[in-house]
Ligand binder design. Sequence first.
Ligand code: NAD
Length: 268
Amino acid sequence: MKIGIVGAGGRMGLTNIKAVSAHPDLTLVAAIDRPGSPVIGKDAGLLAGGEETGIVIGDDVKALISAADAIIDFTAPAVSVDLAGRIAAKGLIHIVGTTGCSPQDDAAIAQAAEDGARIVKSGNFSLGVNLLAALVKKTAQTLDIDFDIEILEMHHRHKVDAPSGTALLLGEAAAEGRGIELAAHSVRVRDGHTGAREPGSIGFATLRGGGIVGEHSVLFSSTAETVTFSHSARDRSLFADGALRAALWAADKPKGLYSMADVLGLTD
Ligand code: NAD
């Protein structure tokens, strides 16, 4: 499968270049970053700390689309929305790891899938977090409303969106288990005289600092006990490995919008 990478100079872009270069069934055919980026003109493999690939990082999105069967995209919401719209008619595979999408962005991405793209979008491409989400959903189904649900996340100092895509994915799993809408029950920030905790709400707490790749905990707390699920990402390669697995999985799928839970067979 021919792979194109967008956001090639980013933390995930470089990790994705490395993972594609090492994969026996995948060939890197194009890599782009934003116009004016200092990585333009550099060899993708060398920039990612590996062997020379002969693939020079460019900024031509049309060239990327015409060269690739599948595009791996960990960038920013506006970039992912634009790309999804452009590739829809060609029926390409679009693996979207970008987080921080608004409901309008998500609707535009869903429309692109309707129009012909094969899109796998997930706030987290690791097997561990997707397994955790399945356990969180089951636990929220089992424990009653006396168990308060709180989600805690910590990421590196450069992260620009909050709560993380993974925290929201875990929140969605908890809300689904409870049979409620996350948007109507989530508490994203607490500050000042907040009053007592609203029964049945799902709280989020965000920490930022240093080089943390991704730490997540989901707590179910009653007055008598607390059940805690947690996941620590130590290396970005786990997201890249998941993204490539998703691209290969999508090869024989019809147009549509899929999740990593679909790829891993974790949906019920
Ligand atoms: P980053 O800032 O290091 O990289 C983003 C890259 O996108 C940069 O190189 C930037 O120049 C490039 N870019 C911006 N505009 C562009 C354009 N118009 N065309 C091409 N490239 C463009 O960020 P990062 O840490 O690599 O994370 C990127 C995204 O992936 C974030 O939303 C992050 O939350 C998300 N992420 C998701 C997962 C997951 O498993 N889903 C895991 C890690 C990170």
